[in-house]
Design a protein around this ligand. Structure first.
Ligand code: SF4
Length: 269
């Protein structure tokens, strides 16, 4: 997917939601993507991005005509598959994968989105780049939330199953709640994840999981973002703990060359 373009706010240091999450996951991964500009991905990352592209088209149709049910199932599947192919051709894919089964998975996940999640989505805004100021700091938060509904911020995740605890812990959703306030002038009533996860080959399940955010979450976010800024400014590059699921060939495009990963770990992946 093309990178979103955010307006600068003069005198403010800007950071995107994905960069905050990336840095907290793994400082090395953040600096690799920033400094080398590698267009490296894993096949699972492309699958998620392809389903999000199809969901975007579906939501945009509903926003133009709120009485519409969006794109057809066939159109959603076709957009997701085309998007997978286009991004796969334009990127360096770093995990082992077979194109046929991954395209089948992309089609099944997109179909699950359209049949199970889309009927309940009433978007008031989708995939717009938004910038907001972090209160009391010269820091601008940037993000492109998947969709806002009236009173709700929802993000679409395809792949790993999400839990209530994951929703409560999500820094990304807290930032998106700040972006909602920037657009709507008030905090959202709730935040949520539309989770699409594979239960077995070609069978994908969906679930919407809600959570809340309150004042103390925004105070905590401010401490986190200020610490991230200090770490980045100082060039602090702490690698992920080896037992984290995302520090793996399946999920990190830098795994095979990362200086923090030894050959013993590479052999078992
Ligand atoms: S392989 Fe692990 S330590 Fe290296 S960049 Fe990826 S997540 Fe970080």
């Amino acid at each position: 997917m093309p990178r979103p373009i955010y307006p600068d706010i003069e005198g403010y240091w800007g950071i995107s939601t994905s960069d905050i999450v990336n840095y907290l996951w793994c400082g090395a991964r953040y600096f690799f993507s920033k400094e080398f500009g590698w267009n490296r991905v894993t096949s699972r990352m492309i699958l998620g991005s392809a389903v999000a592209s199809a969901a975007k088209v579906d939501n945009k149709i509903k926003m133009i005509d709120p009485t519409s049910k969006g794109a057809s199932v066939e159109e959603v599947v076709e957009i997701a598959v085309e998007s997978f192919r286009a991004e796969a051709n334009a990127s360096e894919i770093m995990d082992r994968f077979q194109e046929g089964p991954m395209i089948d998975s992309t089609a099944s996940a997109a179909q699950a989105f359209k049949l199970n999640l889309s009927p309940s989505i009433k978007p008031i805004l989708c995939e717009e780049p938004i910038v907001t100021k972090l209160e009391g700091e010269h820091i601008a938060l940037r993000g492109t939330p998947d969709y806002f509904q009236e009173g709700e911020v929802i993000d679409l995740k395809t792949g790993k199953a999400w839990s209530r605890a994951d929703v409560a812990n999500s820094i990304q959703l807290t930032v998106y709640a700040c972006l909602y306030r920037e657009v709507k002038g008030e905090w959202p009533e709730r935040v949520g994840i539309d989770s699409i996860r594979r239960v077995r080959s070609r069978v994908w399940d969906t679930e919407r999981i809600y959570g809340e955010r309150s004042e103390s979450d925004f105070v905590a976010l401010k401490h986190v973002v200020c610490s991230v800024k200090r770490g980045i400014d100082a060039g602090v590059c702490i690698p992920a703990s080896p037992n984290q699921w995302y520090c793996s060939r399946k999920w990190c495009p830098y795994f095979m060359e990362c200086p923090y990963v030894g050959s013993a770990r590479r052999k078992i992946e």
